[in-house]
Structures are given as C-alpha cells and as structure tokens.
Design a protein around this ligand. Structure first.
Ligand SMILES: [Zn+2]
Length: 435
C-alpha cells in the first residue's frame, strides 16, 4: 500500500509531467472539426460491410494520417476496418501488455450526416443554445445540466440541419491526438499500443468482422462514451422473445363455428404487460420488457419482445413473466395455439470484466490525473466492447466529452476533447508504470 506522501508525490509528478508536455502538432479540436465534415453515415439492413462505401473515405484518411504519425502495420481491411500499431519506446516493451484503443467512424442512420457544418460557440457563458439554421433545435440547460460545467468552454454543435457526428468522431480525434502527443513527446514512456477504427457500429454489424487476433492487444478500450469522467464496464444482458398466436382463418361468410381469430389473443397478451417494467417507465439499473414489433392477422399473429437487464437472474425473472402471461392468455383462448421462443442476444460484459478490475481502476486513475472526477455508469444497451469482451478481448468503454448522440442536438467541446485525450495519454503511462 502506498503512503499518502508517496501518493502526493505521484500526483505532483503527474502534474509536472503534463505541464511540460509539448502540444500535439494539430489540436484535438482542429482534428475533430476536419473529421465531422466527412459523411460516414451507416445504413440499416445492408448485406455488405461497410454498409455504405463512403465510410472508406474516413478510413483511408485515418490510415494515411496514422502512417504520417509514425504508426506501423497500418492497413484498411476489405471491411473498412483501420488497424495500426504504435510501437512502444521502453527498454523492454514485452513487459507491458499491448493496450488497444477503438473508436467507430460511422454516424447514426437516424439523422443525416451529409454536409455537416460545425458551429463553435466560443467562450460559452451559460443559457440555452439555439442552433443557427433551425431555431426549433435548442440545447437547453434544463435537459442538459452538464452545460453548467462548460462555462468558458468552446462548445461545438451542428448547425441544426444534421447531426454533428461527435459519436464517434470524438473518439477518432482523441485517439489520433493521443498518438500525435506521444510523437511530440518521446520522453513519455509507453508500451505498444494497438489502434482500430471500425465501421458500422451504429447498425451493429461492423464488429463481427473485427480481427481480434490480428489486432494483437491483450485489453482494449472503446472511446465512445459521453460526459467527461464516465467509464462503463457494464452493458445489458439481452434476449429477444417471439410469441406466436396460431388461429384459423376461413371465409367470414361461412365462418360460424370454424374461424379462430388469433388477433383477440394477441390483444389480451399485450394488455397483460406490467406497466412498471417497460422502457418508458424505467431507468438506471432497472431492466425492462419491450414489445417492439409484431404481425396481427386472423390465422397467425406474432409479437417480438426485447428483454433487458444487467443481471442474468433479472433477465430470467422477466422471461418467467412473459411465459406466465402466455399461460394466462392460453387459459382464456384455449383454441388459439400460443408458443414462445426466447433467444439470447448478448451478455453483460461485466461477467468477464469483473476478472480484470485493473482495466477500470487504471482508467479511473487516468481520469483523476487529468483533473476529472471519474464515475462508473452502466450502459443501457450493448457496445462493440461487449462483443469483443466475449471474444477474448476485455474492452470497457471510456468517455469522449460529448453528449446528445444520434440527434441534431449533439455536441462536444474543446475541453471535452482535450481532457479525454489527456486521459488516454495518462492511461497508457499508467499501464507502463504498473508493469
Ligand atoms: Zn458511438
């Protein structure tokens, strides 16, 4: 255990080290402003990866810039994934684990990413921010209390007609600026770093093509979160249920005593959903069941339902609720044949990450050294990291400083980009110090 004096000394050294750093050749902000102008919107229900060819425009640019920054083994795969290695500068790099950093290049299919015009609100002095090209688009302090911490900062938004693409060009810019910082400051000692920029995160398909073995890292971090200090090592555990209601259709003119209308059974089933277990009534660590699509028809009706919880036991309990509801509806409609089929989608990455507490601890320390107050936030969704974690690459998620992802009100700030970058620089150093 470290003495308080040693700990203080440690902070003093970290402070001196950071104060003496030479700035990167290009600031995180300038880099970010360049990347958001490149349209990389992904598209649902495509058979190819990447789902849109235009994602190669950013992939090829990043590859070129990585090479210019001295990265090695830079390559763009046929699926549009950019891989690179930043060699360590220690006497023996094999003593430090290879740490990976991953950000995604695509932007959400929900809102256009074409002709993004970033707007800089210099020296923000508080109050709501109205976007210049559409006065109905307002970032309010009420809905975004984090704005109160951005007084004096330069806030970056879109102009109101598109999303900004902070998700996740912030992560791309921050990782690139980290490499730039190492290049300007060879006195910073670090192990080997693996870098990847991925397509199609927003449509959930890019990560399946990720070459975990070729990437060569022992652990990784996705840099794809929001508020400064927010670190995530938990995601949903997720299942999907399909409930099918089999009736019997016949000509309605001669249907007496023959027709069995499955629609009444599906209506009864829908009415049984517990009100306090829905996405619209839950938050924080509380899971839900969510009927999200279906087919309604006399002969055969069906309903698709998402089940989400952080704990497998909670997920089991929700599945039991859905199965009990089947029994109740079946009792009321004995002629309708009702079946339920439940499939596993993904699991909470905490189940694996709990065995690697140093990943979260080091990230927390890196954020503290950047003067931030780190906090853990479970993600009410899945991440590329949850996929990678269960494929043998433990991958928590780090903040980017941004907010309001997937919409026209998206934003980040100069300090958000710089402090996130600083945290990455610190994190790599901490792994080198502790090895
Ligand atoms: Zn993202």
């Amino acid at each position: 255990m470290k003495s308080i004096a040693a700990l203080l000394l440690c902070f003093v050294f970290a402070g001196i080290a950071n104060a003496q750093l030479k700035p990167p050749a290009e600031s995180a902000m300038d880099r970010f402003l360049r990347y958001v102008k490149i349209d990389t919107q992904s598209q649902e229900d495509q058979t190819t990866t990447p789902s849109t060819r235009k994602q190669f425009n950013l992939a090829n640019l990043l590859a070129k810039e990585l090479t210019a920054l001295g990265a090695q083994n830079v390559r763009v795969s046929e699926f549009g994934i950019v891989y690179a290695t930043v060699p360590g500068n220690l006497a023996d790099n094999s003593k430090v684990p290879v740490i990976g950093f991953i950000a995604h290049m695509d932007t959400s299919p929900a809102v256009s990413g074409e002709n993004v015009t970033p707007v800089i609100h210099k020296n923000y002095q508080g109050g709501d921010i109205t976007l210049p090209k559409d006065p109905t688009q307002v970032i309010t302090v009420d809905k975004n209390p984090v704005l109160k911490e951005l007084i004096g900062d330069d806030i970056i938004t879109a102009d109101g007609t598109t999303l900004l693409g902070s998700d996740d060009k912030s992560g791309c810019a921050e990782i690139m600026t980290m490499i730039d910082t190492f290049r300007q400051n060879p006195q910073i000692k670090h192990g080997t770093i693996a870098i990847a920029f991925t397509p199609d995160e927003e449509v959930g398909t890019g990560i399946d093509k990720f070459d975990v073995k070729g990437f060569g890292a022992k652990f990784a971090y996705t840099v794809d979160g929001e508020e400064l200090g927010e670190i995530s090592d938990e995601t949903w555990s997720a299942r999907t249920a399909t409930v099918t209601f089999q009736g019997k259709s016949t000509h309605p003119g001669t249907a007496k005593g023959i027709m069995i209308n499955a629609m009444y059974a599906i209506a009864d089933y829908l009415n049984r959903f517990p009100h306090d277990m829905l996405p619209e009534t839950t938050e924080g660590r509380v899971g839900f069941v969510h009927p999200y699509a279906g087919v309604i028809d006399v002969e055969s009706s069906n309903l698709k339902i998402l089940l989400r919880d952080f704990d497998v036991s909670g997920l089991d309990a929700k599945e039991k609720v859905l199965r009990d509801m089947v029994t109740q509806t079946a009792d009321k409609f004995p002629q309708v044949r009702i079946t339920i089929d439940v499939k596993e989608n993904y699991k909470n990455m905490k189940e694996v990450l709990k065995n690697f507490p140093e990943l979260t601890n080091n990230a927390m320390e890196a954020a503290r050294r950047a003067g931030l107050k780190p906090f853990l936030k479970p993600i009410r969704g899945g991440t590329d990291g949850s996929n990678l974690t269960f494929r043998g690459l433990p991958t928590p998620n780090l903040f980017t400083g941004g907010g309001n992802f997937h919409g026209k009100l998206e934003f980040n700030s100069r300090r958000g980009l710089e402090k996130s970058t600083e945290t990455l620089v610190n994190l790599v150093q901490i792994f080198a110090e502790k090895s």
